[in-house]
Design a protein around this ligand. Structure first.
Ligand code: SAM
Length: 219
């Protein structure tokens, strides 16, 4: 998702109490960024933030950090927060390639990737958020019982992601190529903006959950 540049977006983000400034200063102490304690779940490429904010209202005991690369996109989430603030949500305008600069090992309990850009050209494969270099970055910051959840309607990206998960030594916990017709996996599913759009066109939604090699699987 790339909205046209919106004048004033950077200033609005810089001045907003809902956006984290100097994220590296929170490395190892993200609990200080939120008014109350709780596990930290992040969404990378959160777009306009609908998924994250709905989850946050359902789970006030969890702290949610939405990461989005483009300020013009993040501004939309910010406007929603201003209309309906949630104490357990913060936003960050940043490229996810820099995760290790802002989180210490084990600091993140869950990572959500939703409808990540497919980067269809082979020469851009390393930019895909489920590519091996990104999985390494996630493994470095995930807690021992942490996990990655990924949804997409792009069959090729899903196949690529399953292959990268296996080749990177991650363990697949579950996967489906038709989430909305899977009674077990669709339980408690929260739709994203793109999920709503593409499923209304008849596209099946794929979902996988995976854990890094170092993870301790809960019984
Ligand atoms: N997750 C939302 C949804 O499902 O409705 C938005 C999906 S949109 C296709 C993907 C988003 O990921 C875009 O807003 C894009 O700017 C963001 N994004 C892509 N690569 C990123 C990166 N390396 N770091 C942070 N955000 C990224």
């Amino acid at each position: 998702m790339r909205l046209r540049n919106i004048k004033g977006a950077d200033t609005a983000i810089g001045e907003s109490p809902y956006c984290i400034k100097e994220p590296a200063s929170y490395r190892g102490r993200w609990q200080d960024a939120f008014p109350s304690p709780g596990p930290l779940h992040i969404e990378i490429g959160m777009g306009k933030g609908r998924f994250l904010m709905e989850l946050a209202s359902l789970h006030p005991d969890i702290r949610y950090l939405g990461i989005e690369r483009y300020s013009s996109v993040l501004l939309r989430a910010l406007q929603k927060m201003q209309a309906d603030p949630l104490p357990n949500v913060k936003f960050l305008c940043m490229d996810a390639a820099e995760l290790a600069l802002i989180f210490s090992p084990g600091e993140v309990a869950r990572i959500y990737l939703n409808f990540s850009d497919p980067w269809p050209k082979e020469r851009h494969a390393r930019r895909r958020l489920t590519s091996h270099p990104f999985l390494e970055r996630y493994a470095a910051v995930l807690a021992a019982d942490g996990r990655l959840e990924f949804k997409t309607d792009n069959q090729d990206l899903f196949t690529f992601s399953l292959d990268e998960i296996a080749a990177s030594g991650w363990r697949l916990v579950s996967s489906t190529r038709d989430l909305h017709h899977d009674p077990a996996l669709s339980q408690d599913n929260v739709m994203t903006e793109y999920e709503e759009k593409f499923s209304s066109l008849g596209n099946p939604i794929c979902k996988l959950t995976a854990v890094p090699q170092h993870a301790i699987l809960s019984p």
